[in-house]
Write a protein that binds this ligand. Structure first.
Ligand SMILES: [Zn+2]
Length: 313
């Protein structure tokens, strides 16, 4: 997925575990590609795990840690979206934890899980190894837009955001601790991941993503746990919003003057790298340009589309 260097083994390690608040820890991804930041959030009677890691072996590591951490408390599992390193270990939690997600994500898993499994197996031997034996899990509990999970003395908010990085993105917040798990709606130290793979997958929406970032900022979290990369504060939300808005503006300005998509991608890529020379994942810039070009055409065809997508339900 990146050309700069080969993908390392995407293995979750229980190292550098950070306590963000009382009874709330993160297993950091240590900047390893295709390893997500994983949360474990406790209450008096239950513990919620956020993300599984990629494949059954990583998920066994996560479950082992969580079960020991829970020390007899009831286990729940949720995932921020259906992508393989976030959700393709859920099968291991069957019978051990209640797997709870938003409906759009459950639909993504059911309709696109198998295709993503195949696509990711093509990313190289280390990834294929971790994906061996994956079975796409079926969630135990599915909610529509919002779910408040009572862990005992602590309520965690699960909120479907509407289509942005994927069709079924979900954000998990722990209000008493001011902690927000964003999944891939936010990355630290890398360009926003646009899984724009026409004609197979065109669910990502740059325009809706910008609107989601504005709403997330309103929650004013103290700590933001991105999908990948170092934890930070609310500035991580602002960084992503600023990047997406700049990407949109630079793309659309060129689209308005009928520049070819190839030229737009080259020019915008150079601009964005100049703006963020330290960020990884440069290959995602032109995917973002492709997505926003398509959304520009769509907005021309329907003036109402733009205003509607700025305020998704
Ligand atoms: Zn993702």
């Amino acid at each position: 997925m990146r050309s700069e260097r080969p993908l390392p083994e995407p293995v979750v390690r229980i190292e550098e575990v950070r306590e963000l608040a009382r009874d709330l820890v993160v297993i950091p991804n240590r900047r390893v590609q295709l390893v997500p930041n994983i949360g474990v959030i406790g209450g008096t009677h239950s513990v919620l795990v956020v993300e599984t890691g990629m494949g059954p072996r990583n998920a066994e590591t996560v479950l082992g840690f969580a079960a020991e951490y829970a020390a007899g408390r009831r286990l729940y599992l949720t995932t921020t979206h259906f992508h393989p390193e976030h959700a393709f270990g859920a099968q291991v939690f069957a019978g051990e934890a209640t797997f709870l997600v938003n409906r759009a994500q459950a639909d993504d898993l059911a309709t696109k899980g198998a295709a993503y499994l195949e696509m990711f197996r093509g990313l190289g031997e280390p990834v294929a190894r971790q994906l061996a034996g994956v079975e796409i899990a079926v969630p135990d509990v599915v909610y529509d837009d919002a779910y408040d999970l009572d862990l005992g003395g602590r309520t965690v908010r699960l909120r479907a955001t509407g289509r942005a990085h994927s069709r079924g993105d979900q954000v998990v917040t722990v209000p008493d601790a001011g902690v927000m798990f964003t999944g891939d709606l936010v990355e630290a130290g890398q360009f926003a991941i646009f899984p724009w793979f026409p004609p197979h997958d065109t669910d990502v929406s740059g325009i809706r993503w910008i609107a989601v970032m504005r709403r997330l900022a309103d929650a004013s979290p103290r700590v933001v746990v991105p999908g990948h990369g170092d934890l930070g504060g609310p500035e991580l939300l602002a960084d992503v919003r600023d990047y997406l808005e700049l990407l949109r503006d630079e793309t659309w300005a060129r689209r308005d003057s009928a520049v070819s998509e190839q030229t737009i991608a080259e020019e915008v890529r150079a601009l964005m790298i100049e703006r963020h020379p330290e960020w990884d994942g440069r290959e995602w810039i032109e995917k973002g340009v492709g997505c926003l070009c398509a959304e520009h055409s769509a907005s021309e065809h329907s003036a109402s589309e733009h205003s509607a997508s700025e305020h998704p339900a």
